[in-house]
Design a protein around this ligand. Structure first.
Ligand SMILES: Nc1ncnc2c1ncn2[C@@H]1O[C@H](COP(=O)(O)OP(=O)(O)OP(=O)(O)O)[C@@H](O)[C@H]1O
Length: 292
């Protein structure tokens, strides 16, 4: 659906994105993660066509597709550029700019999110501004939704509504896909199929979420730390009073190694998404040239 080939973009005198190669498949929800300033927003802006690469190419949908802008709806990180307009004005602008604008849907979403049509966007609260941007994006019948930290500052009820609306968006057409940047592990757990990690403008890892959640595990044992430290799959070990905690990045291998050495396991637990992400992002800091 979208193929970035050897894309490079100088963002300012000290920061560049890429070179990176990335494919976004139809029907997939991709979460983009990485520390502040790792280049997530810059990459989303490149994919959305808001900025152009200096090197490499981005092919969207089909090779000959000329109306790809109709197919991409973008929820930016801030309302910059929209502040002086009301949602009514923005709807009129979108209606002219996009053939797939759905005025009825816009009106029903305004009601659903209880947003005023006649107030300038800058007069809305921060969370309401995020919802307004989401409403504008969801009111178009796009094929790909690109979102930059879409739930930041949004209250719990509106978060639930937005997540429901994203699921509906996906269900309405199986070729639709979502790419979103986030710092919130629960958003990834609830929504993402795959996770892409970024560090210093580079892609440093691509993972299937379900595979990660089943592969990573926490073991507890009352054996000594030396006996378990170097077992297969073990990422790290910690002494916790009379027990030793083992974090494994390969549950099957660690389980087998413990069994083969006849070491006692008192408990096996799944690991939290947040813990897994922390480990992956730390590893990512050591890699800086991967292709996906
Ligand atoms: N408009 C801009 N002008 C100059 N530099 C920019 C601009 N936008 C981003 N940058 C720089 O590019 C780098 C990457 O920023 P970017 O916003 O892409 O990161 P991010 O991963 O989205 O960060 P965050 O998680 O904080 O939103 C940063 O060093 C930032 O200072």
């Amino acid at each position: 659906m979208i193929v970035c080939s050897e894309v490079e973009k100088k963002i300012d005198s000290t920061f560049s994105v890429g070179p990176l190669t990335l494919t976004v498949e139809p029907g997939i929800v991709t979460a983009l993660v990485g520390s502040n300033g790792s280049g997530k927003s810059s990459l989303l802006r490149l994919i959305s066509g808001l900025i152009q690469p200096d090197q490499g190419s981005i092919s969207r949908f089909q090779r000959e597709e000329t109306n790809w802008r109709e197919k991409i709806a973008f929820i930016p990180q801030s309302s910059k550029g929209f502040e002086k307009y009301t949602l009514g004005h923005l709807a009129a602008i979108h209606q002219v700019g996009f053939k797939n604008w759905d005025q009825k849907k816009f009106e029903s979403l305004l009601k659903r999110y209880d947003l005023p049509v006649d107030k300038d966007v800058e007069e809305l609260s921060g969370g309401m501004q995020r919802q307004a941007l989401a409403v504008l994006a969801l009111s178009r019948s796009s094929t790909m939704l690109i979102m930059d930290e879409p739930l930041a500052g949004v209250d719990v009820h509106a978060q639930e509504r937005l997540q429901q609306d994203w699921l509906t968006y996906l269900e309405e057409d199986p070729i639709r896909s979502i790419v979103f940047a986030t710092h919130v592990p629960d958003e990834i757990k609830d929504l993402a199929d795959q996770i892409i990690c970024m560090n210093a403008g580079h892609l440093v890892g691509k993972y299937e979420k379900d595979e990660l959640l089943s592969r990573y595990a926490r073991f507890w044992t009352n054996e000594s730390i030396e006996q378990v430290r170097n077992l297969e799959g073990v990422h790290s070990v910690f002494e916790r009073g009379p027990q030793v905690e083992i974090l494994s990045e390969d549950r099957e291998k660690t389980e087998l190694a413990l069994l083969e050495k006849q070491l006692n396991v008192t408990l096996i637990q799944p690991m939290k998404m947040a813990e897994i992400l922390r480990m992956l992002l730390k590893e990512g800091e050591e890699i800086n040239d991967a292709h996906y």
